[in-house]
Design a protein. Structure first.
Length: 157
């Protein structure tokens, strides 16, 4: 099984976005077992000292599980189709990766040194999204990836 972790700056608390993220992660976990993917989980970290992007980078880096492929979400990253992301999950799993961790930075993004350490950079498009919606979109795409790999009718091409 290849675990999946979303590490994000800030807490969603009891927001509508938190409900959606939880729902999509639960859906992913149910389907993912059949695929050797999961469990997926969300780790939220917060820089309570307000020391900026460098402090956030330290918090994010500490939250990355060992032996993890690190994939940052960045507006300048690679924009993939949903089937491409599903293939990426499949490739990571088939190459015996223990975990993949998606990093979502704060308002100023992800610190340069942490970006350089990442194995992969993924874009959700050229538009800038609120971080709460980026989590929802990523969680939904994780679930969609599982449905694509299982050839369910959720994703229609």
């Amino acid at each position: 099984m290849m675990g999946v972790t979303i590490c994000a700056i800030g807490r969603l608390r009891k927001s509508p976005e938190a409900v959606l993220v939880s729902d999509y992660i639960n859906r992913f976990n149910k389907l993912g077992r059949q695929l050797g993917l999961g469990p997926a989980n969300l780790i939220e970290v917060e820089d309570k000292t307000n020391n900026g992007i460098s402090a956030e980078a330290i918090l994010l880096e500490k939250s990355i599980p060992k032996k993890s492929v690190v994939c940052i979400l960045d507006e300048n990253g690679k924009a993939l189709t949903s089937p491409d992301l599903a293939s990426l999950f499949s490739s990571w799993r088939d190459n015996d990766k223990h975990n993949v961790t998606f990093l979502i930075g704060g308002a100023d993004g992800i610190e340069k040194n942490l970006k350089e350490k990442a194995d992969y950079s993924l874009s959700l498009g050229k538009m800038v999204w609120p971080h709460s919606l980026a989590r929802v979109m990523l969680a939904e795409q994780m679930y969609r990836s599982a449905t694509i790999l299982l050839k369910t009718p959720y994703h229609r091409e």
